[in-house]
Write a protein that binds this ligand. Structure first.
Ligand SMILES: Nc1nc2c(ncn2[C@@H]2O[C@H](COP(=O)(O)OP(=O)(O)OP(=O)(O)O)[C@@H](O)[C@H]2O)c(=O)[nH]1
Length: 565
């Protein structure tokens, strides 16, 4: 293979295809090793050493400062040399003792003018996925600025999602939203090792703080992921499938972690939740499937929400297990998966909220409808009752205003009629005509034919008088065998007086000619006294005049009409 030539200083030159590898059981080389250019064909146990060497040539006429970059997922020990300097680093070294301490390793050197540098070294670890490149420090710094910006965006998005979940939790008090918030928060803290870096800055001599905070966040991720699963699928009055054993496992997990730490070391204890994340996805799939079969409405939503993080986790595992998936940036993959999952959780949340709000609104509407129905019913009832009351009032008024025997207006009605006639100031000349009728010898009818026949006679008289009643005329029973006919709104003129007299004469004639079978041919006579009233002040006097005229008629031999003047 041709040598790696670092010609473009603005590019990051990938060295993987120019690098040669060999595996040994000791860190030192004997010189008899077989070097190969594709490390994926080498079989290596985790405690064996992977040696590498690569030569980079500079075509430039001045010396070029560069970094050799080695990207790793889990390198336990790493030794690098450029011939002049040598560096020891790796995960197994406490970060305070690492000679190069950045997440991705960089080894600074200077390519001589038109010359070359050979990098060599070895590494040891469980999973080795590595890529070698050279670039100027400026180029690498710019790369890191881009990564930092991406991370900041991711961090911001996760923070907003966390806050949103907290807000929704406080608004609805549904534990599912609190579980989302805790899951997103734990994931963010784990992903960015927020506490770890803070502790490293604040207490550089206490590296254990970094491990503890990392341990808490990674265990919180797995535990809160289980919590999300069960809180989301929880339905009132029934247990989610697998709830009891999984809850037991969740309680036991921190203790299992501590046990692993004591027995197998911190490394495995910190990796345990990450390793368990794949079984978690399978368990979740089973639980969601079972709950969906049991009729859970949220199961399919949760499945959709979990899909991105599941896919990205699986891809991450594949990347970790294989050295060939260079096309994928594992961190970006995971970020996208996590973001999509958290976003779907919010969609799930909104969907849920909308349904809650809708059902609340529906029940409010139903209540309002019921209320308005009840109000309508009440109103109808009130209307009916009012009608009945009005009818009975009318009946009562009629009863109060009619004479029970003859059904003619009674004395009270006559008095009211007279009073009303003068309530509104009458126009000049308007007045009343009053006629009083008294049957002759009525006592003797009672005495001769009986009280019942007397009643019949009174009712017969009523048939003569009743048709006279109208807006301006009242013809009623004044008392006993006495009746009254009163006109109102008449002009006190002779023509009216004679008209009134004509009416009285007609009534008188009708009484005289009235046939009552029970009287056995006996004819009825009546005295009528009448007068015109001269306005409101004259009422009492006018009645007295009519009465006087009536008695005058009695005196003069009865069955007469006399005008009282
Ligand atoms: N059947 C009946 N009789 C009544 C009623 N109201 C009053 N009377 C009677 O009417 C009679 C009136 O008698 P009086 O006042 O002496 O009058 P009269 O017999 O017609 O004599 P004059 O008027 O002088 O002709 C009394 O006997 C009463 O009992 C009634 O509602 N029904």
């Amino acid at each position: 293979q041709s040598q790696a030539v670092f010609s473009d200083i603005n590019e990051q030159l990938t060295l993987t295809s120019y690098t040669h590898f060999t595996v040994t059981s000791a860190p030192t080389l004997t010189g008899n090793e077989q070097w190969v250019s594709d490390a994926s064909h080498l079989t290596r146990k985790p405690d064996e050493y992977l040696h590498f060497k690569v030569t980079v040539t500079s075509p430039h006429s001045t010396p070029t400062p560069v970094w050799l970059n080695i990207i790793f997922p889990a390198i336990k020990y790493l030794y690098v040399s450029d011939g002049n300097n040598q560096w020891y680093t790796g995960d197994a070294l406490a970060f305070t003792t690492r000679e190069v301490d950045v997440p991705n390793y960089h080894f600074p050197t200077i390519l001589p003018a038109k010359g070359s540098v050979t990098f060599y070294g070895h590494m040891q670890g469980e999973i080795l996925r590595y890529s070698f490149s050279v670039a100027t420090p400026e180029k690498m710094t710019n790369n890191y600025i881009s990564i930092l910006q991406r991370d900041m965006a991711f961090f911001g998005a996760m923070t907003i999602l966390t806050a949103l979940c907290f807000v929704v939790y406080f608004a609805t008090r549904k534990l599912a939203f609190l579980s989302f918030a805790i899951f997103i928060l734990a994931t963010t803290f784990w992903f960015f090792r927020v506490f770890g870096y803070a502790f490293k800055l604040l207490w550089p001599t206490l590296p254990a703080l970094n491990d503890i905070s990392y341990a808490i966040s990674i265990y919180a991720v797995l535990l809160s992921a289980f919590w999300v699963l069960f809180a989301t699928l929880k339905r009132p009055g029934r247990k989610v499938y697998g709830y009891k054993p999984i809850r037991l496992f969740c309680f036991a997990l921190p203790f299992i972690g501590m046990g692993v730490w004591r027995i197998a070391g911190l490394d495995l204890a910190l990796k345990l939740p990450v390793i368990l994340f794949v079984p978690f996805l399978f368990i979740s799939a089973i639980v969601i499937f079972k709950e969906h079969k049991r009729g859970s409405g949220t199961a399919k939503w949760l499945a959709i929400a979990m899909l991105p993080v599941s896919i990205s986790t699986l891809v991450l595992v594949m990347i970790a297990l294989s050295n060939n998936l260079y096309a994928f940036d594992p961190i970006a993959m995971f970020m996208i998966g996590l973001l999509l999952t958290c976003t779907f959780m919010i969609v799930l949340t909104s969907n849920y909220l909308v349904r809650v709000l809708q059902s609340e609104r529906d029940s409010e509407k139903a209540i309002a409808e019921l209320q308005s129905k009840q109000t309508a019913m009440l109103e109808e009832l009130v209307r009916e009752r009012t009608k009945e009351l009005e009818a009975s009032n009318k009946m009562l008024t009629e009863l109060a205003s009619l004479d029970a025997l003859t059904n003619l207006p009674n004395r009270r009605s006559i008095d009211l009629f007279v009073d009303e006639s003068f309530e509104t100031p009458p126009s000049a000349g308007n007045t009343l005509a009053i006629g009083l009728i008294d049957l002759d010898h009525f006592k003797s009818i009672n005495d001769t034919f009986g009280h019942d026949v007397g009643d019949i006679v009174l009712r017969k008289i009523a048939t003569i008088l009743r048709p006279l009643n109208n807006e301006d005329t009242i013809a009623g029973r004044f008392g006993g065998e006495e009746f009254a006919i009163i006109w109102r709104n008449i002009a006190a003129r002779d023509s009216k007086a004679s008209e009134f007299y004509q009416v009285l004469a007609k009534v008188h004639h009708n009484i005289n000619t009235l046939v009552v079978d029970e009287l056995e041919g006996k004819r009825l006579g009546a005295c009528i006294g009448w007068t015109l009233c001269n306005g409101p002040d004259d009422i009492v006097d006018a009645f007295r005049r009519a009465d006087k005229a009536l008695y005058k008629a009695k005196d003069k031999g009865r069955n007469l009409i006399i005008h009282g003047r």
